[in-house]
Write a protein that binds this ligand. Structure first.
Ligand SMILES: [Zn+2]
Length: 433
């Protein structure tokens, strides 16, 4: 049975915010109140996810009624019979006050477009027409305040798989970071367009890139503490309305302190460690997350989810990381980053990978795809000779890492483009021993 930590799935960060108008402050307060109301809904989902229902039985039911395989239904046994209850019906009562808060915020907001999107979001929570909300959010001009709230269908969601889990994030746009993120987007997008990619790939209608100072994470976001996220994952919605890649500053600081720094201190030699300050690693990890999420936008493949089955999540997450590091190479060519910055990204990512591998048994199942991806990455690098082990320490040859990343990236992308379940399964098995 999957283990879930017992503390409340709510994180309230206290970031130093840019100056907000009186109106923005009032709207922000209501958004935070709406976000907090997600906690009991998510806790109920965690409770239900512990009741194991045979996957084969769900698949059999889905053949007769596709709502069983929808990410937005709760599959339960009622009087011995399996039923699929749409989320917006099952959670109608606790969702009502959430919608009320969003409407209240919409009514007072000076930003009419944002207000309109909030109203649509409130309505969608109660009628289940999620695509309408994507349309509103993705078409909207970037705003100083940002919220995402409702059932989150995401690649990392192995614990609830294939179901969405309730979440909320509320944040305030960090202008400088957002400008930098958009610079990265421009450079990498034009580099990517010069390369030949398999024809099965989908180009998003648009790519929004935003850096937020996180104010609140609730539900599954508080459990996973994502540093970055690219949404939505539904290829059809992406083709129609585009994607948003979002980065969060405070969760990056948290991951640095709890995971990256302690592992970094253990796995590298004294001399090597002197080359990287805490700030190098903080920026390095945030940059690698930024490029991971931009890479996601460039890796939408029409039938990948269906073709690769359960391994799709592991393959696509690792593919994004590795393509991200490759794309960082273009930033280096254009003098947007230095070699030292590129090395810091790799060192931060290796530290995080080793952290996940060592914590596997203790950590919760929400991160299992990333743990598996880390294992594949590290084994691949050791096999190629890019990394070596010496007396419990890891020796890094950055040039060789870069050469190997190219190989790994091509292998992963061809799996996404035209791999089968068997191909993905044998690749994952070979490198995750
Ligand atoms: Zn990802």
């Amino acid at each position: 049975m999957a283990k879930v930590s017992r503390d409340e799935p709510l994180l309230e960060f206290n970031p130093k915010l840019p100056k907000l108008s009186k109106n923005e402050q009032a709207v922000l307060k209501l958004l935070v109140e709406a976000g907090r109301l997600i906690v009991p809904i998510y806790l109920e989902q965690e409770k239900l996810a512990q009741v194991k229902i045979d996957k084969a039985e769900i698949e059999r039911s889905a053949k007769k009624d596709p709502s069983f395989s929808s990410p937005y239904t709760s599959v339960e046994r009622l009087n011995g019979k399996l039923v699929a209850i749409p989320y917006h019906i099952k959670y109608a009562a606790p969702l009502k006050p959430v919608a009320d808060k969003l409407n209240e915020a919409a009514n007072i907001s000076d930003n009419k477009e944002f207000g309109k999107a909030l109203k649509i979001q409130a309505k969608v929570l109660l009628d289940g027409n999620y695509e309408k909300a994507w349309e509103a959010w993705l078409k909207m001009k970037p705003n100083s305040l940002d919220i995402s709230i409702g059932p989150l269908h995401h690649l990392a969601n192995q614990f609830f798989f294939p179901k969405a889990a309730y979440h909320a994030w509320v944040g305030v746009m960090e202008k400088e970071g957002t400008i930098r993120f958009n610079n990265y987007k421009t450079v990498t997008l034009s580099a990517r367009r010069k390369t030949l990619t398999p024809k099965e790939r989908i180009d998003p209608a648009s790519i929004k890139a935003i850096v937020l100072d996180a104010v609140l994470f609730a539900g599954i976001m508080a459990r996973t503490k994502f540093v970055g996220l690219t949404l939505p994952i539904d290829v059809n919605v992406v083709e129609k309305y585009g994607v948003q890649a979002t980065l969060f500053n405070q969760p990056n600081d948290l991951r640095l302190k709890d995971q990256i720094l302690p592992t970094f201190n253990k796995i590298f030699s004294k001399g090597f460690k002197e080359g990287f300050s805490k700030e190098d690693l903080r920026r390095g990890y945030l940059r690698s997350a930024a490029l991971h999420d931009l890479a996601h936008s460039y890796l939408y493949y029409k039938n990948a989810a269906k073709n690769l089955g359960d391994d799709f999540y592991t393959v696509s997450e690792l593919a994004a990381t590795v393509l991200g590091l490759r794309l960082a190479g273009y930033l280096l060519l254009k003098d947007r980053i230095t070699e030292k910055m590129l090395e810091s990204m790799i060192v931060a990512f290796i530290s995080r990978s080793v952290y996940l591998m060592r914590e596997e048994d203790k950590d919760n199942k929400l991160m299992s795809n990333y743990t598996l991806g880390s294992r594949i990455f590290m084994n691949f690098m050791f096999e190629s000779g890019a990394l070596k082990e010496f007396k419990d320490l890891i020796i890094v040859n950055f040039t060789k890492v870069f050469v190997s990343i190219n190989d790994l990236s091509s292998m992963l992308e061809s799996l996404l483009a035209h791999g089968t379940k068997v191909d993905a399964g044998s690749f994952v098995k070979k490198y995750s021993q």
